[in-house]
Design a protein around this ligand. Structure first.
Ligand code: PLP
Length: 371
């Protein structure tokens, strides 16, 4: 029996290297509430990502919920059905109505040409996702937001370290939200962050993530507890020392997949678009009707071999019970997202994946391909 191959496996530095960080925390007896690890990690992240202001969070979902609070978003928000469910959940937790708009078949991101038709007098913001780390059409989204006076909050959970020609894509919009969940390219076990345009916004977010306290006795908002602990922040500091080599290895794995799958009829590796630096998050392929098996048959073949491929993102968010009654979620709307959700399969990619594993995975596909 060979070992199961998961779709992802976390980046973990040598355990011994984490011990000195733990010793420092034990010595300080500061476990949370913005201690020295938290401060150091915020600064180190700003430097690494090339952004000015970051507020750390306990996870990406709390960061999303708080980002919407910080911008006082209400009413309706335009978002994508093709994402992890937390994107839309963050709207429901704020009492906001999600309005789903279809995606672009090349980037898998919100199709800017379809956004304007979904705007109503109740619309206050756009919540796009940089899906698989592919940057959204930021120019077009910014133009629409300016015309209609909408806020833009990017769910950048997939977009750690991604850069376009002008630098980090996290600088765009009113806020960008990161996740450092164990399954993401960069993890702190659990964790997240909001990238802010200025210090004043960051201060407001810092209050909101700490129950609304601005000092010992003053509470200015019904804030939440969204703070990252010292242990997670310390782990993040250590992870930053290994992230470049992890991204490099991911790049090699992606290149090998693309080479081995290039000429397989009916299998298409999703393109990386609009970025000068990729983080190689996810390895989505599209299985179309020219292939011998349906997507779900191929999925099952992999599962039978203990290769744990995933269908990100199937089902669409708009098909979950708490969303499917919405006017924008009908079974004939969102045709592009629906079609992609039926074809997509995410293959394993993580730094410890060996070339021989990639070859085995591609051989499984090639062995059943039409000839
Ligand atoms: C992972 C993810 C989230 C949620 O982040 P957590 O840190 O797991 O709470 C939100 N949006 C997208 C697109 C994600 O992939």
């Amino acid at each position: 029996m060979t070992k199961p191959i998961p779709v992802t496996s976390p980046l973990l530095p040598p355990l011994g290297e984490f011990i000195p960080y733990l010793q420092e925390i034990w010595d300080s007896r500061t476990l949370t509430n913005g201690g020295s690890m938290h401060q150091a990690f915020e600064q180190a992240l700003c430097d690494y990502l090339g952004v000015e202001h970051i507020a750390l969070f306990a996870n990406g979902t709390l960061a999303l919920v708080t980002a919407l609070q910080a911008q006082r978003i209400t009413g309706e928000v335009i978002t994508t059905p093709y994402s992890f469910v937390a994107t839309a959940h963050s709207l429901l937790w704020n009492g906001i109505k999600p309005v789903f708009v279809d995606i672009d078949p090349l980037t898998f991101n919100l199709d800017p040409e379809k956004i304007e038709a979904a705007i109503t007098p109740a619309t206050t913001a756009i919540l796009p996702v940089h899906c698989y780390g592919n940057p959204c059409d930021i120019t077009a989204i910014t133009r629409i937001a300016d015309i209609y006076n909408l806020k833009v909050i990017y769910d950048a959970a997939h977009a750690f370290a991604v850069e376009d020609t002008a630098g980090s894509i996290l600088r765009h919009g009113d806020l960008s939200v990161l996740s450092f969940h164990a399954t993401k390219v960069f993890n702190t076990f659990e964790g997240g962050a909001i990238v802010c345009p200025d210090e004043k916004t960051r201060q407001r977010i810092n209050h909101l993530k700490n129950f609304g306290f601005v000092n010992e006795t003053t509470v200015v908002a019904p804030g939440i507890n969204g703070k990252m602990s010292e242990i997670n922040a310390a782990f993040g500091l250590l992870q930053l020392r290994y992230i470049d080599q992890a991204l490099e290895r991911r790049g090699e794995i992606e290149a090998l997949y693309r080479q081995l799958l290039a000429d397989v009829p009916g299998i298409h590796c999703v393109q990386r678009t609009g970025q000068v630096r990729s983080n190689h998050a996810y390895l989505p392929i599209l299985v179309d009707s020219a292939f011998t098996l349906t997507r779900d048959e191929l999925y099952q073949r992999f599962r039978d071999q203990d290769i744990l491929v995933r269908r990100y993102f199937f089902p669409l968010i708009s098909d979950f019970p708490m969303y499917r009654g919405l006017p924008s979620a009908g079974s004939v709307s969102l045709p592009v997202a629906r079609s992609m959700a039926e074809k997509v399969l995410c293959l394993p990619i993580f730094p410890d994946l060996g070339d021989s594993d990639v070859e085995r995975i591609c051989e499984l596909i090639r062995s059943v391909a039409p000839r």
